[in-house]
Design a protein around this ligand. Structure first.
Ligand code: NAP
Length: 289
């Protein structure tokens, strides 16, 4: 299947990296709904795009004027900035005029990747996002929710979970409209929640108690090792939960309002919509057996 949607040869083409993931999929859907020409950038797309294989980059960039960059596995990794630097150079050489980078709030590695994009010599917009609400419905916290218990090495630390739909709305605005070049948007939800609050909101939305358990970092690491989570991923999650969740991000930001002129979606709204869509429906049938 060719993943490039091209309404007319004259319309500018946008490459959405991570185009099948939590943010990218939503951006692709929105661009297609507006009849924008869009190409999915991922290993499973045609042509394929692989961060680990620069030889795949030129075909993915061919004819592209704007790129959404969601670096995988995580923009906070020390290696992210150098890879994003090489990609940005390839993009500029291919004629790309605008780059929108998905970044992470409070992460040193992410700030280095942001600097690379800012210095690339094209229009740029940075989306510096807080933790996604969709981690609970489409990410690594889905399975624990399905199993009825979320155990994490966090206590009462609050986090302004942001909805990936808001990130996608901001990204589409930055990719397609004037007025966002040179902007750094800190994207958060409208409310600070503990992880226990977030889990309780999901439980309320699906009409069941989901238990939240605060564990030590060692217990968390040991549980992941027992579940045969790859070592690199164990280290990344431990870094995110221990270093990034130290209170530095425990405040709201106005990026969604600045970019879109409206308030961000609340976590309870996310939980209600995800419950209605049935993402946690497996809880009843499979997980509790
Ligand atoms: N989750 C959060 O709370 C949070 C918060 C702030 C920032 N972020 C940032 O969000 C970014 C991830 O974005 P996301 O959550 O929207 O994506 P995601 O849901 O993790 O999806 C991953 C996407 O990347 C593709 N992919 C995986 N490995 C790849 C590779 N080697 N080369 C090219 N593409 C690859 C996948 O498709 P294929 O499998 O087909 O390749 C998929 O489209 C990270 O940079 C992270 O730092 C996340």
């Amino acid at each position: 299947m060719n993943e490039t949607h091209h309404p007319s040869p004259e319309s500018p083409l946008t490459l959405v990296l991570g185009g099948t993931g939590k943010t990218g999929r939503r951006i692709v859907d929105r661009l297609r709904a507006r009849d924008h020409a869009v190409r999915v950038g991922s290993r499973s797309a045609v042509p394929p795009f692989d961060w680990e294989d620069p030889q795949t980059w030129p075909a993915a960039l061919d004819g592209v004027s704007a790129v959404y960059v969601a670096y995988v596995p995580d923009v906070a990794l020390p290696s992210a900035a150098e890879t994003v630097r090489a990609f940005a150079a390839a993009a500029v050489a291919a004629g790309v005029e605008r780059i929108v980078l998905l970044s992470g709030r409070g992460e040193e590695g992410a700030v280095r990747a942001e600097a690379v994009v800012r210095d690339a010599g094209v229009d740029w917009t940075i989306l510096r996002a807080s933790w996604f609400a969709q981690n609970f419905s489409e990410g690594y916290l889905l399975e624990p929710v399905l199993l009825g218990e979320v155990a994490l090495p966090v206590g009462d630390m609050v986090e302004p979970f942001v909805d990936a739909d808001d990130i996608a709305d901001v990204a589409v605005a930055a990719l397609t409209e004037p007025g966002h070049a040179g902007a750094l948007y800190e994207l958060t939800g409208p409310r600070l929640l503990t992880f226990a609050d977030a889990v309780a909101a999901i439980g309320q939305a699906i009409g069941r108690d989901i238990t939240f358990v605060s564990v030590s970092t060692d217990e968390y690491r040991a549980a992941m090792v027992e579940q045969q989570v790859p070592d690199e991923y164990v280290q990344l999650l431990t870094y995110l939960f221990t270093e990034v969740l130290d209170g530095r991000n425990a405040c709201l930001a106005d990026g969604v309002r600045r970019a879109l002129g409206r308030e961000p979606r609340d976590f309870a709204e996310f939980a209600r919509d995800a419950a209605s869509a049935g993402v946690w429906a497996r809880y009843d049938t499979e997980a509790v057996r």
